[in-house]
Design a protein around this ligand. Structure first.
Ligand SMILES: Nc1ncnc2c1ncn2[C@@H]1O[C@H](COP(=O)(O)OP(=O)(O)OP(=O)(O)O)[C@@H](O)[C@H]1O
Ligand SMILES: [Mg+2]
Length: 448
């Protein structure tokens, strides 16, 4: 280099020295050419360095992307040899890229899964055919948890297939979570069944206790009267024996007073009336319960709730001496899925209660209206009676809860309504309307 420099300086000096002998300029041209090549080389080196740097950056970017993918990734050559795996693969199997690169794809699989993918290199044009649930082999030679593996063709920019990309989603945790969920759901269902069962038993227990309590009154009444009647029968028998034997009238009179025959005769009608009343009450309770036992007899079917409400209202007020005004604001058809007889029973009970509540009103009015929406039918029964007292409200749906005088109501009406409506998948709510009277809202799922 330094000799080049010397030579170049000598040439330059000779060029500008008028006394110097003529110079061979071939040297000069050669030196300039070499310098040009050197500069070009340096430029190329710089460019190469720049490209190298961007390549490293791109590689780091791709590696960080691959590392952050939670799915297992395996890249294979067209012949199925592994070219690259990602961190998720290493995490799942414990095998590093260095251990598996170059192996055949099927060697990554548990022997039990190998048959599932034999056709893959030939078939990945159809993505749906390329999804399989497989197990990979881990570093100890055991099968990993299940992975749903999807195979796709890798293509070069010209569109030619240059390999396969396998993406696997581990589903073991998902399966376990699903099983846990299933178990929890099953346990929940069982718990619900138990609660339902115990709820049924409790409500049955309440009903039985209520029935026993209600029957106890008239039964002990009838029983007590029957006892007295038996005693009276003896006295009357003795007295009638004396009459038949034709004993002396004075003796007969004495015996009549001694046996209290006059008091007995006075007492007899009220005793018998009491027994008849008691028996009637027992019959009433049994009739109410029989309505309930009708449940489940008929198959549910689409029924027009509007028509049922109209019939029930007319049916209740038909025989009344003082008829309330019945206002019906019902659509022509309001079809719910249920048992017509039972729903009729509900409407009859609600209207009957409204009739009872408005009995003392100078201008009793019962209004029934209905509407539907969001898959449900709503039907309201309102009256202009005194409304529901706050202390009664929490109890009115309980069996045998009544505020009516003895013999006027069993207190089973609303309880039966509630049970029937609940059985139909609906609700029955009680409140007081804006004008003060009671307002019952019945909600039932629409048919279809
Ligand atoms: N429309 C109403 N207005 C005011 N109170 C009502 C109305 N409907 C029901 N109630 C109250 O709810 C109580 C319970 O009603 P339910 O229909 O269950 O029994 P009941 O009418 O007393 O007897 P039963 O229906 O067996 O003849 C009634 O005694 C009454 O106090
Ligand atoms: Mg009633």
């Amino acid at each position: 280099m330094s000799s080049d420099q010397d030579r170049r300086e000598a040439v330059l000096a000779a060029l500008f020295d008028p006394d110097a002998p003529p110079v061979d300029t071939g040297w000069l041209r050669e030196i300039f050419r070499v310098e040009g090549v050197q500069a070009e080389l340096i430029e190329r080196e710089i460019e190469l360095e720049r490209q190298n740097h961007s390549l490293r950056e791109a590689q780091q970017f791709i590696e960080s992307v691959l590392a952050s993918i939670s799915e297992v990734l395996v890249v294979c050559a067209p012949d199925g040899r592994v070219q690259q795996v990602n961190h998720a693969f290493t995490r799942l199997t414990g095998r590093t890229g260095a251990e598996v690169i170059g192996l055949s794809m099927t060697e990554l699989l548990d022997p039990g899964s190998r048959h599932l993918t034999t056709h893959w290199p030939a078939l990945p044009e159809r993505p749906s055919a390329c999804e399989r649930e497989v197990r990979l082999l881990d570093h100890t030679g055991r099968a990993s948890e299940p992975v749903v593996l999807n195979c796709a063709l890798r293509r070069d920019p010209r569109g030619d297939a240059v390999g396969l990309v396998l993406v696997g989603r581990p589903v073991g945790e998902l399966r376990r979570a699903y099983r846990r969920l299933n178990r929890a759901h099953h346990e929940l269902q069982q718990a619900q069944q138990r609660i339902l069962q115990s709820e049924k038993m409790a409500s049955l227990g309440r009903l039985v206790a209520g029935v026993a309590h209600e029957l106890n009154n008239p039964v002990s009444f009838v029983y007590g009267n029957a006892h007295i009647l038996r005693r009276y029968t003896h006295a009357l028998g003795d007295y009638l024996g004396l009459v038949h034997r034709g004993v002396d009238p004075q003796v007969l009179d004495r015996q009549r007073r001694a046996l209290d025959i006059d008091d007995i005769l006075d007492d007899l009608p009220s005793l018998v009336d009491g027994m008849v009343e008691g028996a009637a009450r027992i019959g009433e309770i049994i009739r109410s319960l029989r309505h309930l036992s009708l449940r489940g007899g008929q198959e549910p079917e689409p029924v027009n709730l509007a028509a049922i409400a109209t019939t029930a209202a007319h049916w209740v007020v038909k025989g009344l001496q003082q008829r309330p005004e019945v206002e019906l604001e019902l659509p022509e058809r309001l079809v719910v899925f249920g048992n017509a007889g039972q729903l009729h029973q509900v409407l009859v009970n609600l209207v009957q209660n409204a009739v009872d509540a408005t009995a003392g009103h100078p201008r009793p009015v019962i209004r029934i209206d209905a509407t539907s929406g969001s898959g449900h039918a709503w039907l309201r029964v309102r009256d202009n009676g005194p409304g529901l007292a706050e202390r009664d409200l929490p109890h009115i749906f309980e069996p045998f809860y009544t505020t009516k005088d003895p013999g006027q109501g069993t207190g089973l009406g609303l309880w039966i309504c509630y049970e029937i409506v609940e059985h139909h998948g609906g609700t029955l709510e009680a409140t007081n309307g804006p004008d003060g009277g009671a307002l019952f809202t019945l909600t039932l799922p629409l048919s279809g």
